[in-house]
Design a binder for this molecule. Structure first.
Ligand code: HEM
Length: 489
């Protein structure tokens, strides 16, 4: 492995593209591969080509040919996330942000733009903000949440069980996490199809993403104000009353972080686990007495198809070295979760069953390691098991090879997962005994072995009048409005 550096900007001439006839023709300036455009249609293939050419850390180009490193090795990714003295998540340190090449107009600006939330903070500020989030997480009763996941699953299955057919992405995986997250945040009455639709819309960055974000933010801001006025002990109340003394704006921005990041990741995970369960012969064998349990299928999926395939990014605080590469202060690095998970040094045989091994990179690591991973896992474990109990004969409709995927640098997920099964009558679902009066299921359908909670139900929180349909914000260009909401002002 050589230790030459193609960066930083200004030291290499990155303006000249290789001429026709040169073996590097078709590549970007400096002969570097692009992580966008036609070459990046299959990012998995591209990462493996980069690993062959460069080893564990490769120089690449983002949109507008902005140079950045992508970290491909498992150990090197762990080093990146676990060395806060050398690497930060504060994008304001990135040379490309400072010199404007990755400025507000950059196509990936929403992933890059700094925001005053714990994911972008470091040091004492990170401790303050993350401390409040962790304090709020610590109030979550995992037994209660598992029961809510189970009941929400029953309600969703009731919606389609009589038809004998369903799309498990749009009718199940994209709903269950939202139902559970609304419960966790203390706003179960806000869960409905419209909130799911608005969240999906804003995550896809469509034409109406800004209006959808406003719709979601309005709900979160109203919820923050309600809990500021009347504390109940739920996640949001604890976030508000934490000694870190978050402002209302910080509270609603962190609710958004939790709602969006957790929703997207968990919806992807659920769809991926369902695909494994429906197609992997090792899981089918388990149904007949054998090899892979649902929690193992979850972990296998977190290795093979992590819900976030990469995180942009980490930024070097000083000159350093990773994977034999000289990294200079101000360089940017992509946390390569998907390529790190299939690094041949840790997985010489990609077909091997990981047997529940949790050493993958799906939840990041170090000071920013995902604090919600147990909840993400619980939604997938309980949701998939409960669905299989309700629809034991469920089968994939069509061939696995025909499944369509949607990919970006940060995630790759299923567009749909069509299934069929023998039509069934809906199940009775009884009221939940605590938190809020959600419908409850028959004891015989319980997947978890947990005891039912005895806590009495607090008075339901009055739901505000339904907000008006998202209206586009006028006066600014669409992209500027998008950037404004992304930055939170
Ligand atoms: C399968 C589900 C999930 C996956 C794969 C996932 C993955 C991740 C990843 C990769 C990060 C960034 C780590 C880094 O920068 O090194 C992260 C951060 C975070 N996640 Fe998750 N996540 C999931 C579910 C959740 C849930 C359910 C919650 C909350 C209920 C949550 C809350 C957060 C928060 C608050 C952060 C920022 C932490 C910080 O910067 O200190 N996540 N997650």
């Amino acid at each position: 492995m050589t230790s030459e550096s193609h960066f930083p900007a200004g030291t290499d001439d990155r303006t000249l593209a290789p001429p026709p006839g040169c073996p590097a023709h078709g590549l970007g300036p400096g002969g570097l591969h692009r992580l966008y455009g036609p070459e990046a249609d299959d990012l998995g293939d591209l990462y493996e080509k980069l690993r062959q050419e460069h080893g564990a850390v490769a120089p690449v180009l983002l949109h507008n040919d902005v140079p950045i490193w992508v970290v491909l090795g498992h150990a090197e990714n762990l080093h990146l996330v676990s060395t806060p003295t050398h690497f930060s998540r504060d994008s304001r340190l990135w040379k490309a942000v400072q010199d404007g090449t990755a400025g507000p107009d950059h196509p990936l600006a929403p992933h890059i733009a700094w925001q005053p939330i714990c994911s972008h903070a470091e040091g004492d500020e990170h401790l303050r903000l993350r401390g409040a989030v962790m304090g709020a997480m610590s109030t979550i009763n995992h037994r209660t949440i598992r029961r809510h996941i189970n009941r929400a699953t029953q309600l969703l299955v009731n919606r389609f069980c009589e038809k004998g057919r369903a799309d498990l992405v749009s009718q199940f995986a994209e709903h269950l996490p939202m139902a559970v997250l609304c419960e966790i945040l203390g706003m179960p009455d806000e869960y409905d199809d419209r909130l799911v639709q608005a969240t999906r819309d804003l995550l896809r960055g469509t034409e109406t993403a800004i209006a959808s974000n406003e719709y979601v933010m309005n709900i979160l801001i109203r919820h923050t104000a309600r809990r500021r006025a009347e504390t109940t002990g739920d996640f949001t109340s604890v976030l508000i009353n934490h000694p870190a003394q978050l402002t209302d704006d910080e509270v609603s921005q962190h609710l958004r972080l939790v709602l969006l990041a957790a929703y997207e990741a968990t919806a992807n995970l659920l769809a991926n686990v369902l695909r494994v369960v429906l197609t992997d012969p090792r899981f089918r064998a388990q149904l007949n007495g054998g090899q892979m349990t649902v929690p193992q299928a979850v972990e296998q999926s977190l290795w093979d198809e992590p819900p976030f395939s990469a995180v942009l990014g980490y930024f070097a605080k000083q000159d350093t070295e990773v994977g034999g590469r000289q990294i200079r202060r101000g360089d940017g690095l992509i946390l390569g979760i998907a390529p790190g998970n299939i690094d041949p040094k840790v997985r010489p045989d990609l077909k091997a069953n990981m047997m529940g091994n949790r050493a993958h990179l799906a939840f990041g690591g170090g000071p920013h390691e995902c604090p919600g991973q147990d909840i993400g896992r619980a939604i997938a474990d309980v949701g998939v098991e409960a669905l299989l109990i309700r629809l034991p004969d469920v089968e994939l409709e069509g061939d696995e090879d025909e499944l369509r995927w949607r990919s970006s640098m940060s995630s790759r997920h299923l567009v749909e997962l069509p299934v069929y099964f023998a039509p069934q009558a809906p199940q009775d679902v009884e009221d939940v005994p605590s938190i809020n009066p959600l419908p409850r299921q028959r004891p015989s359908l319980e997947v978890t072995t947990d005891e039912p909670a005895a806590a009495p139900a607090p008075a339901p929180v009055a739901s505000p009048a339904p907000p008006a349909a998202p209206e586009p914000v006028r006066g600014l260009g669409a992209w500027q409005r998008f950037l404004r909401w992304w930055r939170g002002y």
